[in-house]
Design a binder for this molecule. Sequence first.
Ligand code: ATP
Length: 470
Amino acid sequence: MEKEITKTDDKNKYYLWGRHYHKLQYFDKAIANYTKAIAEEPYNSESYFNRGLAYIAKKEYDKATEDINKAIELGTDFPEAHHALGNIYDQKQDFARAREEYNKAIELSSKQEKLHEEHEITLEEHKPAKEFELLEKPDVNFSDVAGLKNTKEMINEAIIYPIKKPELAEKYGKTVGGGVIFYGPPGCGKTYIGKATAGESNASFLNVKISDVMDMYVGNTEKNIHNIFETARNNTPAIIFFDEIDGVGGRRDATQQSFEKRAINQFLTEMDGVEYSNEGILIVGSTNAPWYLDPALRRAGRFSKFIYFPEPDKKTREEIFKIHMREKPIDKKIRFGRLARLTEGYSTADIKEVCDEASAIPWKEALEGGRERKITMKDFLQAMGKVKSSLPQWYTSVRKFLIKEEEEVESRGEYKGGVIVVKHKRAQEELISEGERELFKDLIKDVSKQTSTNHRILRRIRIAFARHIM
Ligand code: ATP
């Protein structure tokens, strides 16, 4: 790194080091380097300006004001400086002066055709990275998870036993850690089983939404990702659960933003664990759209295992109802088997909502002065009228990504002096590769089945049967 910076040295090398540390948000080191840069080139307005920004990041507003004013004095008046001063006065709650400075910034920038890109970036750099408070010790375990027998078994072997008995695992060559992708339709237990896995193995659980980590401000995304891994490293054994993992560089085309590219690189650096040890850390990435996942994240040693979470089958739905109702006052005539048949196409989250909705009916009655009564089958039927299944719609919306359709196209040609139009079918372009097709074959099979007309008709008949006849 040092070599690379020295080589580009047509500017003061300390200034470049300052920028380097600034990006990484090591503000003290950045300030020290800008100070050396100023000693070498006392008339360099940029060094003062950037040092001022670093002071803003450290909330040392007086020093920041001094530097930025010096930058204005040395250089030509530039809008970014006034914007920064506006920020300082904002922080000091001197809103009148803040407004004055922002107005100056607007006035100056409207005079310029285009802001100098480097300055735009520099301005953004002083926004501090988010503080994450995401460490949990979950109180759910496998006894709270309905169904998913094979998944639990796999997790036991790959995660829980090595965490519980690390010496034994080591002796037989099993290591704790690595990356796993959980994928499948929304609301079918990916997060929940992640939490239960941490609860079962007494590990720390870090629940991270990718959209909370991504930050367009320079350096912040990298810093956020680094902080998350560091928190896990300080609290092993730990499971980091990245929800919406496809959001890290989810777009593989040219429109991918630079901060998305940087996020992937940071992810890879942290996951490869060259600089830091990731022993005792399991990284789980969760997604409803695995086809968006950047292939770099799939390469060996990173997210190498894929676990599919299908919609709950009949037996699982029955268990979910039992788990969610186990501590509630239910009528003894409740038939869980029938509830399961009535909720074909419901996700686990939908079923939980049905349970909550049904429980709320007698509760509200009691609140309004009625007698306290048990939750009945009728309450469930009423709740199902309100909470509809969300999965059929989801399958339809993802079908186009996974299943090659035939499209109708028109060809025009000349025939005997006239124009003829011929319509024919043509296979659509592949949206996913052959390898991905194999990797997500369980999901593709389900999407194909669930969106077929036959299946949809039969599902309706089965539900109507459960509702009216049994
Ligand atoms: P998304 O993809 O939208 O993030 P998800 O697959 O992570 O969804 P969860 O948040 O894990 O879905 O599940 C939604 C809710 O359903 C959970 O809060 C939990 O209460 C319940 N739930 C999920 N799976 C189970 C299960 N196997 N047993 C009991 N309850 C479950």
